[in-house]
Ligand binder design. Sequence first.
Ligand SMILES: Nc1ncnc2c1ncn2[C@@H]1O[C@H](COP(=O)(O)OP(=O)(O)OP(=O)(O)OP(=O)(O)OC[C@H]2O[C@@H](n3cnc4c(N)ncnc43)[C@H](O)[C@@H]2O)[C@@H](O)[C@H]1O
Length: 141
Amino acid sequence: MSKRIAAGFIIFRRLERNPIEYLLLQTSYGEHHWTPPKGHLDDGESALQAAERETKEEAGLDKNDLEHYNKFEEKITYNVSGRPKDVFYYLARLRNPEQTIQLSDEHQNMSWSNFQDACRLVKYHEMINVLKKADEFIQNN
Ligand SMILES: Nc1ncnc2c1ncn2[C@@H]1O[C@H](COP(=O)(O)OP(=O)(O)OP(=O)(O)OP(=O)(O)OC[C@H]2O[C@@H](n3cnc4c(N)ncnc43)[C@H](O)[C@@H]2O)[C@@H](O)[C@H]1O
């Protein structure tokens, strides 16, 4: 059985002296879980291209709106409906921290959350690990 592959962006912003905040979106379907913008790869698309397309579709953010840290890439794997799914995450800073996020029909809510709140919202340990690695990367770069 083929593996499903998706990709997305961990997007962060810093408003003046406030702590770093991470962008999370809440699905309008299923169990309404919270996730960074991401989605499945289209045919012929690279993971990074899919992450950029999904971020535009789901959050209204163009790649020019983002500063992409290309030394950061994390892959997580988990089972969805009994099938493995790989998700590649990239990291980017929102250049204008006050830019409005434009949701699509796929999401019913959004949040800019500090690290602790973001970990609570995403709830899955693989995703919390990605946030931890992103947070460490940001502190060290
Ligand atoms: N239940 C549903 N009802 C109606 N339409 C639906 C649907 N699920 C998907 N769709 C459709 O699929 C489209 C989304 O496609 P895409 O936009 O292409 O894909 P995605 O972000 O990867 O979506 P998804 O929500 O399925 O993925 P996730 O892995 O986060 O989440 C998939 C599952 O894995 C769980 N999950 C997420 N992260 C996990 C982790 N780290 N460990 C274990 N489980 C995890 C989530 O809670 C969730 O149950 C939507 O437009 C919608 O039309």
